[in-house]
Design a protein around this ligand. Structure first.
Ligand code: LMR
Length: 336
C-alpha cells in the first residue's frame, strides 16, 4: 500500500510518541518509608540502612526503601499513628512505646532487672512468647517482623548516683511506658514522658534532671555533654520490634514479600550482632570524652537497686498480665 506523506508522518509521530510511553511503562518502584527516631550510627540506625541495602539489591530496584532517621519525619507518638494510617510503611519503635497501640503486654520488657543479659533476653524475643506478642499486633492492623536489640540502660544525672536513694526527687525523662513510670517512682524519682527528640534539650535546659537509656543512644544524642554523671546500673533493657502496616505488607506481590522477609531476617541477625559492641564502644567513647564521669556499682549496690525496684513487677502484674510475666520468668529464670 502506498501511503501519502501526511499519513506517513502521522504514523511516525505515533511511533515516536509510543517509544517514551513504553520506557515510562516500566513499573515504578514500590516505596517503603522507614521512619525512626535515633541516629544512623546506633544499632537500629545501622540495621535500618542494612535492610535498605539488602532490600534494594535483592529486588533489583523493584523496591526502594527510604530511611528517615533522627525523628526527621515523625516523632515517637506520631510515627505509630503514621504507620496505622499508612503514611509510613515501616518502623522499629522501642518496646516501651507499644501501649498506645493497645498492646500493654510489651511493657514486660521494661520491668527492671528482668533480663540479666542478652542471652536471657533472646530466650524471650527469639522464643514462642516473642512470636505470640508480635501476633497480638495483627488485630491493630500491624505486623511485627522481628526483634532488634539495643541494650541495657544506664542512669544519667548532674549529681552522682550510687544508691537508689540518690534518685529521690530527681525529675527523670522516661519513654511512654507505665512500667517505667512506676520503676522511677519506686526509687522516689519523678518520671516525665518526653519524645526522644526532645531529650537533649530538656536535659540541657533543666526541664528534667536526668534520664535512662542504653549508652548508644546517650552518646549519639550527646546527652553525656549535658549530664555530669552516668551510672552503670544496667537496670533494664531497651530494644525494638520492627513493624509494618499489615495491609501494605500483605498487599505486596508474593515474590517481593518473600525477598523482603529474607532481607529482614538478615538485617535482624545483623542488628543483634552489633548491638552489644556498639553499646560497649559508646560507653568507652563517653568515658574518653571526659564530659561525664562514669560510676560503676558494686554487686552490693546493684542488689540494693534491684530490691528497691522489685515492687515494679508486682504493681504492674494487672497491666502486663500475670501469664505473660510468668512466661518471661520461666524463660529467664527470674525470681521475684
Ligand atoms: C527513647 O525514646 O529513649 C528510645 O526509645 C529511642 C530509641 O528508639 O531507641
Amino acid at each position: 500500500m502506498k501511503l501519502n506523506g501526511c499519513f506517513k508522518s502521522l504514523i511516525l509521530g505515533a511511533v515516536a510518541l509510543a517509544l517514551p510511553m513504553t520506557a515510562l511503562a516500566a513499573p515504578a518502584p514500590i516505596i517503603i518509608k522507614f521512619s525512626h527516631v535515633v541516629a544512623n550510627e546506633t544499632p537500629k540506625g545501622q540495621a535500618a540502612n542494612y535492610f535498605k541495602k539488602l532490600a534494594e539489591e535483592r529486588t533489583k530496584g523493584r523496591v526502594k526503601v527510604e530511611v528517615y532517621p533522627n525523628s526527621q519525619l515523625f516523632k515517637d507518638k506520631e510515627e505509630m499513628e503514621a504507620l496505622q494510617m499508612g503514611s509510613v510503611q515501616m518502623l522499629a519503635p522501642s518496646l516501651a512505646k507499644f501501649a498506645p497501640l493497645g498492646v500493654k503486654e510489651f511493657e514486660v520488657f521494661d520491668l527492671p532487672f528482668i533480663f540479666d543479659d542478652y542471652a536471657e533476653l533472646h530466650k524471650v524475643t527469639q522464643g514462642p512468647l516473642g512470636a505470640k506478642l508480635l501476633h497480638k499486633l495483627e488485630a491493630k492492623g500491624i505486623m511485627g517482623l522481628g526483634y532488634w536489640d539495643n541494650g541495657f540502660k544506664v542512669m544519667s544525672a548532674n549529681k552522682p548516683i550510687h544508691k537508689p536513694e540518690d534518685m529521690r526527687g530527681l525529675k527523670m525523662r522516661i519513654q511512654s511506658s507505665k512500667v517505667l513510670d512506676s520503676q522511677m517512682r519506686s526509687v522516689g524519682a519523678i518520671p516525665q514522658v518526653l519524645a526522644f527528640s526532645e531529650v537533649y534539650q530538656a536535659l540541657q535546659t533543666g526541664v528534667v534532671d536526668g534520664t535512662e537509656n542504653p549508652p548508644s543512644n546517650l552518646y549519639t544524642q550527646k546527652m553525656h555533654e549535658v549530664q555530669k554523671y552516668v551510672t552503670l546500673t544496667n537496670h533494664g533493657y531497651l530494644g525494638y520490634a520492627v513493624l509494618v502496616n499489615k495491609k501494605f505488607w500483605m498487599g505486596l506481590p508474593a515474590d517481593i514479600r518473600t525477598i523482603l522477609d529474607g532481607a529482614m531476617k538478615d538485617a535482624t541477625i545483623f542488628a543483634n550482632s552489633v548491638a552489644k559492641k556498639d553499646n560497649d564502644e559508646a560507653l568507652a567513647a563517653v568515658k574518653k570524652s571526659g564530659r561525664s564521669q562514669l560510676i560503676e556499682l558494686t554487686p552490693q549496690e546493684r542488689a540494693a537497686w534491684r530490691k528497691a525496684m522489685d515492687k515494679t513487677h508486682k504493681d504492674n502484674m494487672g497491666r502486663i498480665g500475670a501469664e505473660v510475666m510468668k512466661d518471661v520468668y520461666d524463660a529467664t529464670g527470674y525470681k521475684p
